[in-house]
Design a protein around this ligand. Structure first.
Ligand code: CA2
Length: 154
């Protein structure tokens, strides 16, 4: 797999509740669009969702061995709680983008901190489910040999 897309707890219910916060697109729709987007760029994409912290960590460990080159993750609420998930990212040393559908900085204080962000290549927050597509755009640029970095503005 070139790109692994991971979604954490409760994101399997996307599209069914709180559409004002999370939109009305379902996770299977998002995953299908990302697989098609990757395929159009010649990349293979795998998707994984779990409500269980250990399962997310196990999948990440597998990624180290299965040829995964880039990870896109919405860790859900584990963003704000999971030192174990942070340690897993540190140990597999795969580049990743962290994405949040909502703007976690405009919400409750406890959502402002992420245990992952400082390890991430970058973070996309508050762009709705479009954030997934934008993260995949970046992964495609990155895997095509372009770092995705823009030239400095002068
Ligand atoms: O904004 C995001 O993407 C979040 O990662 C979503 C998590 C939340 O705990 C983070 O702070 C921010 C929650 C996912 C809950 O998913 C739902 C899906 C449908 C309806 C309600 C919740």
């Amino acid at each position: 797999m070139d790109v692994l897309v991971i979604n954490g707890p409760n994101l399997n219910t996307l599209g069914s509740r709180e559409p004002e916060v999370y939109g009305s697109t379902t996770l299977p729709e998002i995953e299908a669009a990302l697989i098609a987007q990757g395929a159009a760029a010649g990349l293979s994409v795998d998707t994984f969702q779990s409500n269980h912290e250990g399962a997310l960590i196990d999948r990440l460990h597998e990624a180290r061995a299965d040829g995964t080159r880039f990870v896109i993750i919405n860790p859900g609420a584990f963003t704000h709680t999971s030192i174990a998930l942070r340690d897993a990212f540190a140990s597999v040393a795969l580049p990743f983008v962290e994405i949040h559908i909502s703007n976690i900085h405009a919400r409750e204080e406890f959502r402002h901190h992420s245990y992952l962000s400082d390890l991430a290549v970058g973070v996309l927050v508050g762009l709705g489910t479009d954030g997934y597509r934008l993260a995949m755009d970046f992964a495609i640029l990155r895997l095509a040999g372009n770092s995705g970095e823009q030239p400095a503005l002068t």
